[in-house]
Ligand binder design. Sequence first.
Ligand code: ADE
Length: 235
Amino acid sequence: MKVDILTLFPGMFDSFLGHSMMKRAAEKKAVTFAVHDLRFFTHDRHKTCDDKPFGGGPGMLMKPEPVFEAMDALFGRRKRPAAGKATGKTRVIYLTPQGERFTQKKAKEFSACKHLVFICGHYEGIDQRVVDALVTDEISIGDYVLTGGEVPVMAVIDATVRLLKGVLGCEASKEFESFSRNLLEYPQYTRPSDYRGLKVPPVLLSGNHSAIEAWRLEQARKRTAKWRPDLLKKR
Ligand code: ADE
């Protein structure tokens, strides 16, 4: 998979891509990352990427030209994916609180793609012509507003790349995850079995695998009922 990131703050990705799973995924050649500074695609002395919204209103908007030019540079003579069509193997993803909610299902869908391009918004948002002409997927990571698209882009890349073949050490651990079966995960413990008088539930030390499985399912149900009753309804 190839992942291109268009951003005004390329330095924010150094740490994210240089550590842990993302680093490992790139080393294993499961994915190639490229971070592109949108200011590189400006032509004025100040490298201006924002401007006031037509019609008035607070804040500044990201200008269309740097994003269009960055996309020209990425795709060259190759055909860009059709905007608004969230179906192909190449996706242009814009992170915005106004988008479709990101889920594990979406992460799985993205992980089957060959090429993902992420556009990080900033300020009050981006000129709508970028979205209308270039973007295949408008994605929100939740009902709250962040100061920019970089953090949500990292969340979407992380959730997607970890699903690529060979990235996680233990493939099975993906299957048991909360959202594949509409249950939150059960609580887990490691050694020591007694720490400052805080004891691990005895069933986990019993060696009785069917009892352990039953206990875990019960705990998962309890947690889900407490925090995410909406998931239980989907089961
Ligand atoms: N940009 C700012 N807030 C966001 C959110 N909640 N999801 C995606 N992109 C965003």
